[in-house]
Design a protein around this ligand. Structure first.
Ligand SMILES: Cc1cc2nc3c(=O)[nH]c(=O)nc-3n(C[C@H](O)[C@H](O)[C@H](O)COP(=O)(O)O)c2cc1C
Length: 270
């Protein structure tokens, strides 16, 4: 393998550092051949024990995309995207193999749930990168887990198979902007974990984000139990927004229908 200073590796590094999500697409269609190339690259992702527990479902039918959009919190980019991928954590094929052989099947434990979910996430991330390499733009869609039962029915999913995330894909209408990340030093530990690094980094990050105006008009509701006066004295930036977001205990934010649904289809998380 070539050393890391070749021109192509520098180009690849620049490319990987240029990721941004795209939610606005032109009406230009995506050739089937391009879809095949993306699937091939996505499925090259590493997979636990080569068990290949991710299936990918491509949706191009307008009516089905409209229904998926409605089920995912009315995200209009799903309808506008020429292609919508669904990344499935899928133990159904392995269940079939065990069934055919009369073997026991342990897909009802936490570990196989994690294995298949990680496989699906790795495929999804790689599919987005692959699509971007071909000039397309896209965004992953966790909203697909808002109504798991209805999504499963719409897509005809079997037991031991659930939609981890979707991906809207199309030709971007315009150049997008990079969303800054928390500085690496706050979330990259050396040898052992140091929680203080995050405190420092997030202060830097809030200042960076304030300059972009990214969170300026967002005002996520305060939790009921919060001290409203104290909250007023804080700047509303990434840290305030994200703390409020993760403090939201509403059934929608926590997607409480997921657990009973997963249990019903065999992921009992024992
Ligand atoms: C698993 C996952 C689910 C996501 N779900 C949604 C979604 O439902 N809707 C959406 O607009 N963006 C979604 N996103 C995109 C994130 O909001 C986006 O990646 C993040 O804000 C960082 O922005 P960037 O990708 O432009 O750097 C999702 C991202 C991931 C990784």
């Amino acid at each position: 393998m070539e050393k890391t200073t070749s021109e192509s590796s520098v180009q690849l590094e620049d490319f990987l550092n240029s990721h941004f999500s795209v939610r606005q697409f032109t009406y230009e269609p995506i050739d089937d051949e391009i879809v095949r190339r993306i699937i091939k690259m996505a499925r090259r992702a590493p997979t636990s024990s080569n068990l290949q527990m991710c299936s990918i479902l491509t949706v191009r039918d307008s009516e089905r995309k409209a229904k998926l959009s409605a089920l995912s919190g009315s995200q209009s980019h799903i309808e506008k995207a020429d292609v919508f991928f669904v990344f499935l954590a899928d133990l159904h094929p392995l269940h079939t193999l065990c069934e055919d052989r009369g073997f026991p099947f342990h897909g009802d434990h936490v570990e196989p749930f994690i294995l298949s979910t990680v496989d699906a996430a790795l495929c999804a991330g790689r599919a987005l990168t692959a699509a971007q390499a071909l000039g397309l733009g896209g965004v992953l869609v966790g909203g697909i887990r808002n109504e798991p039962e209805a999504v499963s029915k719409l897509l005809g999913l079997p037991d031991y198979c659930y939609a981890v995330c979707g991906m809207s894909l199309g030709w971007p209408t315009k150049a997008g902007a990079l969303k800054p990340r928390i500085p690496d030093y706050g979330l990259h530990h050396q040898e052992t974990y140091d929680p203080e690094l995050f405190r420092e980094a997030v202060a830097d990050y809030d200042a960076t984000i304030a300059a972009t105006g990214l969170y300026a008009n967002r005002n996520y509701p305060l939790p009921d139990t919060a001290d409203a006066q104290a909250a007023k004295s804080r700047n509303y930036g990434w840290s305030e927004h994200s703390a409020r977001r993760i403090a939201d205990g509403s059934p929608g934010a926590l997607r409480v229908s997921l657990r009973p649904f997963l249990e019903k289809i065999g992921f009992e998380l024992k």
